[in-house]
Design a protein around this ligand. Structure first.
Ligand code: 2HA
Ligand code: ZN
Length: 270
């Protein structure tokens, strides 16, 4: 049996959490990540099943029954993941139609998965239906995206169009746009269900006055998605109060679609 600390998925998870903290997206215990693991790969590192303990999830997700996730712990700081992965992260397998999470590794201080576990798991189910290759759900608190939700309309088409115009790459990186939820109480099944619904049509879901959710096939792709949206929001926050003399036109956005072989969300371009 190989040491799980040498597993590529573990190294990537630690690197990503560390990098997210360095970007200022995950103050204190802010943010959470979950990544779907491949059972055959995990078996090189863990005996499955070897259940340490079982935690009720408070929801059901039959689509995810038996699936394995590497996930950040509740109350844990991204800053500290690299120093004690086994305490700050855990590997769980969903059982009983998703109503139970079997801890197979980690949460070594008796902890449990992120308080946003419902939003993560429901989002995994929604994204897997849209893209069977989806592996990662990532939540964090990027400054400029949050700031933008105080001063910009939350209309999804308008929010998306503004971000697309802030940087040439945006429409190429997220042609499906950005969906937006109004402020809601976090950590609940209700925000989980609402987030998952929004994940059916886009890989980015902004939580107004809170942060963002991203989905992707791996940690790098998901990080890059949020990074690009956050950069666009930063440019918006740097320029929104100034006289705008130039912009990226819809004609230019259509050119980008053609050049990069992407299709903008239906009805989002004039
Ligand atoms: O505390 O980010 O949304 C973790 C969070 C809650
Ligand atoms: Zn949060």
């Amino acid at each position: 049996m190989k040491s799980i600390m040498n597993a590529p998925f573990m190294a990537e998870m630690i690197r990503t959490a560390t990098n997210m903290y360095a970007h200022g997206w995950d103050e204190r215990n802010g943010g959470n990540i979950s990544m779907l693991l491949d059972e055959a790969e995990l078996k090189e590192y863990l005996t499955i099943p070897a259940i340490v303990r079982t935690i009720p999830t408070g929801f059901t997700a039959p689509e995810l029954d038996g699936k394995l996730f590497l996930v950040t712990g509740t109350g844990k700081y991204f800053k500290n993941v690299q120093y004690d992965p086994k305490k700050n992260l855990g590997i769980v397998r969903l059982a009983e139609n998703g109503a139970e999470a079997e801890v197979l590794w980690g949460f070594s201080d008796g902890g449990r998965f992120t308080s946003e576990f419902p939003a993560h798991m429901m989002s995994h189910a929604a994204r897997l239906a849209a893209d069977p290759e989806n592996r990662v759900i990532m939540h964090c608190h990027p400054n400029n995206l949050i700031a933008m939700t105080y001063v910009h309309t939350l209309d999804e088409r308008e929010f998306t169009r503004t971000l697309w115009r802030m940087e040439t790459e945006c429409i190429v990186v997220f042609p499906d746009g950005v969906n937006v939820l109004p402020w809601m109480l976090c950590g609940t099944n209700e925000i989980g269900e609402a987030t998952a619904k929004k994940m059916e049509t886009a890989r980015l879901v902004v939580w107004a006055q809170h942060g963002i959710y991203g989905a992707g096939r791996d940690l790098d792709e998901t990080f890059g998605l949020i990074e690009t949206a956050e950069k666009a929001a930063e440019i918006y926050m740097k320029t929104a109060h100034l006289p705008i003399l130039n912009t990226i036109t819809d004609e230019a956005l259509h050119q980008l679609e053609a050049r990069f072989g992407v299709k903008a969300r239906e009805g989002y371009l004039d």
